[in-house]
Design a protein around this ligand. Structure first.
Ligand code: ATP
Length: 335
């Protein structure tokens, strides 16, 4: 039976890479029908709303969405569209697997880790105050016990399901003492429920150094919103860059899948964008929908394409356009 999925094309390279996913899904005969809605800067200009109600209703109804990157206009008082969507649907888990791929150039060939980033709290809670007279700005990082518990529980559940050996909790409890205490308490409590999974905690600065020296020692990483944002880009750099890293925003009922990268305005509209990250996010979505065979078919075709540098986009050292790369993937699908 065909399932309805909300598709958000977004801004910048969004339309190019979402078109690539649509083309690959059609060629692979994936039983998904797209319900196209949009949000972001382009939507504000054309429809007059940054996040139209029809988009929210579509996600609420379908419970699943694939989203291209979105621009939130800066300096006009708008709260980030990405953050608003995550908070509106309580998508408290941001899951970002970073895995080395044969053929994709990087300093490391043995990275296989997954970041669990808390997705609704911390410095993204939106608690910001500006005293214009004194020129003092406050950005408050608020975390709750529930938020800490849910993200750490999510990470351990994933580790258990996927047979991962270790969970590393990343914090800054030596400076952010109260927030650190809550997160570490969740780690202590939940790790006891999973005696077969090794548990450790690391301070974020040390974690950055460890990741760039010996990333293969990590398996599942769980952390707060801001640290997760930064570590995700760092880890993307360990496996070939932002063009290849997928992501999922998952709550108890609704999930929105999106690449880790942003709108890449420097290459937007030029046919240079690598659609792999969004395609891999779409593969995560297919697994979430229990369409595992379709997911594996597309994944194999992408991995095979990535073995040929001449078939890859510029960010991976190739010279293929977005469309050419997409067509190479389609050629390799099992029909
Ligand atoms: P944001 O604030 O939305 O995260 P950003 O400008 O910080 O945006 P990105 O848009 O993710 O970051 O881009 C960072 C760099 O990576 C840019 O040089 C961009 O061209 C490159 N990049 C990002 N995504 C891709 C992609 N899919 N294919 C090729 N290059 C990409």
């Amino acid at each position: 039976m065909t399932k309805l999925v909300t598709l958000i094309k977004g801004d910048g390279i969004g339309p190019e890479i979402t078109d690539a996913v649509k083309k690959v899904f059609a060629a692979a005969q994936v039983p998904v029908e797209w319900e196209e809605e949009n949000a972001g800067e382009t939507t504000l200009e054309t429809v007059g709303e940054l996040i139209p109600g029809s988009l929210l209703n579509s996600i609420k109804k379908n419970k699943i969405a694939l989203k291209g990157p979105i621009t939130t206009p800066v300096g006009k008082g708008f709260k980030s569209v990405n953050v608003q969507l995550r908070q509106a649907f309580n998508l408290y888990q941001n899951i970002r697997p970073c895995v080395s791929t044969e053929g994709v150039a990087s300093r490391f060939s043995n990275v296989n880790l997954c970041i669990f980033r808390e997705n609704t709290e911390g410095l993204y809670a939106g608690l910001e105050y500006m005293d214009e007279r004194l020129q003092i700005a406050d950005s408050i990082s608020r975390v709750s016990w529930e938020g800490c518990y849910n993200i750490v529980k999510g990470a351990f559940e994933y580790a258990h399901k996927m047979g991962c050996k270790k969970v590393t909790l990343v914090h800054k409890a030596n400076i952010l003492k109260n927030a650190g205490k809550l997160l570490l308490k969740a780690g202590d409590e939940i790790s006891k429920q999973y005696p077969d999974i090794k548990y450790e905690d690391k301070i974020v600065d040390n974690m950055c150094m460890q990741l760039v020296i010996k990333p293969e020692q990590f398996d599942v990483i769980v952390t707060t919103n801001l640290f997760g944002d930064i570590l995700s880009d760092l880890c993307a750099g360990l496996v070939g860059g932002l063009g290849v890293v997928a992501g999922a925003n998952v709550g108890d009922e609704i999930a929105i899948f999106e690449a880790v990268h942003g709108t890449a305005p420097d290459i937007a509209g030029q046919g240079k964008a690598n659609p792999t990250a969004l395609l891999r996010s779409a593969i995560m979505m297919l697994h979430h929908m229990e369409l595992h065979d379709h997911a594996r078919n597309i994944e194999n075709a992408i991995n095979e394409t990535l073995l040929h540098k001449d078939q890859c986009t510029g960010d991976l050292g190739g010279s293929a356009s977005t469309t050419e790369f997409t067509d190479f993937v389609i050629e390799k699908l099992k029909k």
